[in-house]
Design a protein around this ligand. Structure first.
Ligand code: J9N
Length: 265
């Protein structure tokens, strides 16, 4: 996978070499290039932003500088299956999910644009979409960052850990939260000792009865998700739930019929 990142702080991405991502880089699984947007300016001040048309606070990133940069990085191939995907973090965009990470992990070439929080000219994504580029804008959560750099790091980590050969243990990826589309939060995990500072591991986990352990963990996951993220319960596919799952959800106050569970008490 080829990854280009455009930022006015390209040094920010030097730390990627220290992470697992650096390992993937040295293994040749990915190549990452961080570019300085100011390299595509022509004026002495290397200015990348200007005041908002219509007035208001802050500065807006200029379309012309971004276009000089992106024309070069995106190249001409907007129709091939290997065509690059252009991604801008944006606090006013749809949320970036595990499903997006999975889909993007299959791409050959990703180009990330880091804007500042006041924003970039809306004609930048519009122009490249018109030209046939697959352009995505994503928020990584409901909070405001100063620039897109941290958001790009988050998305990159979520995407690259899914690449075949990236992680030591592929099972741990299949088992975790948010995969599939029938997402529950993870059940609690414990290690030895079985009793520690007066706190005991649940006895069923020591029973050696695998069916009982599986059911216990599934119920714990359902209860925890009901408490912390009821929105995820409401997105479950009822048809994919076992009899035992339905029983637990009904005890928790959900009606389990139709396509999705609905809270009734
Ligand atoms: N979720 C999210 C993204 C952002 C950005 S992107 C560029 C500046 C700020 N803040 N929050």
């Amino acid at each position: 996978m080829d990854i280009d990142i455009v930022s006015v702080f390209p040094e920010y991405f030097d730390v990627l070499d220290l992470s697992l991502l650096g390992k993937a880089k040295s293994k040749g699984l990915i190549s990452v290039h961080a570019h300085n947007l100011r390299d595509w300016t022509h004026d002495v001040h290397q200015s990348v932003d200007d005041t908002p048309v219509g007035g208001g606070a802050g500065m807006v990133m200029k379309p012309a500088v971004w276009a000089e940069c992106l024309d070069e990085l995106l190249g001409m191939h907007t129709e091939s299956p290997d065509r690059p995907i252009l991604i801008f973090p944006n606090p006013s965009a749809p949320l970036f999910t595990q499903q997006d990470a999975t889909e993007l992990s299959h791409a050959q070439h990703l180009v990330f644009g880091c804007g500042r929080y006041e924003g970039y000219d809306a004609r930048i994504p519009a122009y490249y979409r018109e030209r046939g580029v697959d352009v995505r804008e994503y928020s990584i959560g409901d909070y405001v960052l100063n620039g897109g750099e941290v958001a790009v790091s988050v998305m990159l980590e979520a995407i690259t850990r899914l690449l075949p050969g990236f992680m030591g243990n592929p099972d741990s990826i299949i088992e975790e939260s948010y995969t599939g589309g029938n997402a529950l939060l993870e059940h609690n995990q414990y290690t030895k000792p079985a009793s520690w500072r007066g706190l005991d591991v649940p006895a069923v986990l020591l029973s050696g009865d695998h069916a009982k352990v599986d059911r216990f963990r599934r119920d714990e996951a359902l209860k925890k998700t009901d408490r912390i993220r009821p929105d995820l319960i409401a997105q479950l596919d009822c048809h994919a739930l076992s009899k035992a799952d339905r029983k637990t959800l009904i005890e928790l106050g959900w009606e389990v019929s139709g396509d999705h569970p609905r809270r009734i008490s």
